[in-house]
Structures are given as structure tokens and as C-alpha cells.
Design a protein around this ligand. Structure first.
Ligand code: HSE
Length: 303
């Protein structure tokens, strides 16, 4: 095996009412440098060592093995994988999806599987359960997808995204998706579901038509999850007020949170600087859409 390097983008899911279905890839990355080795080993940045195991319990390894087995292989040739991680963990920016997609890509290269993007997505959905983060991590751009355990369908949007800025406002605490999902009701009255679905429909149409102002408006009118989860995000209203004053078109809880993402069209640096000053308790990332998705290249690492 020649050394290779896998790049996987961060993702932001839901975009408001697109619960478990819509996500965008953003230009922040996890990079995996893969080399042959006698046994599996993950070199994890010190900052992340409390959360990312260095052995076979690692989600990248588990996803790679799952992929291998789904294609009729029983084992994987051992590798040493060095992680470079710019995606904060358990903050709602798709860190676990980077591991799932990275693992699938790792098996794809180690075993020469020649998986298509759609095959990778199917495997990723089987591992993750829903497509909203893994789909854009694989394809780049905005992915609108549905998977019910059998049928998998998607539409990819990419036109016009270059003018947009996605400002990620990251609080200083972790939030496990499982905990944030426990707050959701197990049932929704039919009428409420019809209204919630209408908002999601208009969001998708607005994204497709590049009507960013309407998309931003719909992000804030979600009825599927944000009203229930806001109680876990004490700063949501303050952040909302600040970014709205700065001209944001909308703000939504990224995935299960706690990160919030504000959408801007053509924002000036001075405006972003002022937002950063006002939200100094948060880490802010000024991001653009990634249109490429996961990819692999020969590595510069020498043996
Ligand atoms: N759609 C998911 C949620 C995103 O909001 O719970 C996290 O996987």
C-alpha cells in the first residue's frame, strides 16, 4: 500500500426544518494520513485524545471494517492513520460523520473497492441512520436526502453557494446528539406536522431558487426540533439578536447543536469582526460551502 491522504469536510445538518434530511458541506476538514503498518493504530491530536480512541474502537476503523464486510471482505490490511482535525467534536459540525465517511473511504482504498459515491452513501446511512451529515460529507454542496432503511434518494444543490457565508458560532461545551434527540416529542399532531413539513418544503424550494432571504427566514421557522432543543442552548436568543443586527438572513441550530450557524449573503469583513467582538464567549468560524466532498490523494508522508 502506498501512503494516501483522505480529506473529509465538516457538515452542518438540518438548516432549520430539514430535520435528518438536509445538510451542507463546509470548508473545515478532517485529514487522515494513512500508511501501512503491522497493526491498526490511530495517532490522535492531543486535544482530542479524550474523545477519539487510538485502537480498534475508533469509529473510523469500525466504519472501515463495516464497509469491508458489506463488500464480502473479512479483514482489512492494517494501517497507521494520523488524524489532523479541524472539526470540533460533539458541537454539531458533523465530527462523527467525518469518521464514518473517512472509514468508508479508507476501506475503499485499502481494498480497491471502487465504490461509487452512491454506494458510499448507502453504507454511511446504514452506519449513521440518517443521511443529513454523511451525504454532504461525501458529495459536497447541499444535499437533500431521504433514507427509510431501504430506499435512498437525494438531490444535490450547488449553484450560487459561492456568494454565501456560513458563520458557525460554537459554544464552549459539548452536546451529545443522543441527549439532544431525547428532548424531541415521540409524536406530533397531524396539523403541526403539516405546517412543519410546509416550512421544510419552502426551505428546499428557496435554496434551489437561490432565494437566500426566504431560505434564511425558513431556517428560523422550523417546528421539528429547534423549539425543543433551544432550552439546551442558553445563548441562542442573544446570538440571534447579534447576527440579525449584523444582517444575517437566518440562524439555525447546526445538527443537534450546540453550534449555531448564521447565513449571510455578501457580508463584509468589518461586520464579521464586529460580530466576533460581541460574541467573544464563543469560537466563531467564517465558512464557505465545500463543493467537493470527501476525496483521496497520494500522501506526502514517507515511510
Ligand atoms: N439531524 C440530526 C439531529 C443531526 O438533529 O439530531 C445530528 O446527527
Amino acid at each position: 500500500m502506498k501512503p494516501f491522504r483522505i480529506h473529509i469536510p465538516a457538515t452542518s445538518a438540518n438548516l432549520g426544518p430539514g430535520f435528518d434530511s438536509i445538510g451542507i458541506a463546509l470548508n473545515k476538514y478532517v485529514t487522515l494520513d494513512c500508511e501501512p503498518s503491522d497493526e491498526w493504530h490511530f495517532i490522535v491530536p492531543e486535544r482530542d485524545q479524550a474523545y477519539i480512541p487510538s485502537g480498534k474502537e475508533n469509529l473510523i476503523y469500525k466504519s472501515a471494517l463495516y464497509t469491508a464486510q458489506s463488500q464480502g471482505h473479512h479483514t482489512l490490511p492494517a494501517g497507521k492513520v494520523t488524524l489532523h482535525n479541524d472539526v470540533p467534536i460533539a458541537r454539531g459540525l458533523g465530527s462523527s460523520s467525518t469518521a464514518v465517511v473517512g472509514g468508508i473511504e479508507l476501506a475503499n482504498h485499502l481494498l480497491d473497492l471502487h465504490l461509487s459515491s452512491f454506494e458510499k452513501l448507502k453504507i454511511a446511512c446504514d452506519i449513521e441512520g440518517h443521511p443529513d451529515n454523511v451525504a454532504p460529507a461525501i458529495y459536497g454542496g447541499i444535499m437533500i436526502s431521504t433514507y427509510d432503511g431501504e430506499e435512498l434518494d437525494y438531490v444535490r444543490l450547488s449553484s450560487g453557494l459561492e456568494s454565501l457565508t456560513w458563520l458557525a458560532v460554537v459554544p464552549d461545551y459539548h452536546l451529545e446528539t443522543e441527549k439532544a434527540r431525547q428532548l424531541l416529542p415521540s409524536e406530533l399532531p397531524y396539523k403541526d406536522a403539516v405546517h412543519a413539513s410546509g416550512k421544510a418544503n419552502v426551505l428546499v424550494a428557496a435554496l434551489a431558487e437561490q432565494n437566500w432571504a426566504l431560505a434564511g427566514k425558513m431556517m428560523m421557522r422550523d417546528q421539528w426540533h429547534q423549539p425543543y432543543r433551544k432550552q439546551l442552548i442558553p445563548g441562542f436568543d442573544e446570538v440571534h439578536e447579534t447576527v440579525e443586527d449584523a444582517g444575517a438572513l437566518g440562524l439555525y441550530l447546526s445538527g443537534a447543536g450546540p453550534t449555531m450557524v448564521a447565513l449571510f449573503d455578501g457580508v463584509q469583513d468589518s461586520v464579521l469582526d464586529s460580530v466576533k467582538e460581541q460574541l467573544s464567549d464563543y469560537t466563531l468560524f467564517v465558512l464557505q460551502a465545500d463543493l467537493r466532498g470527501v476525496y483521496t490523494e497520494p500522501s506526502m508522508v514517507s515511510n
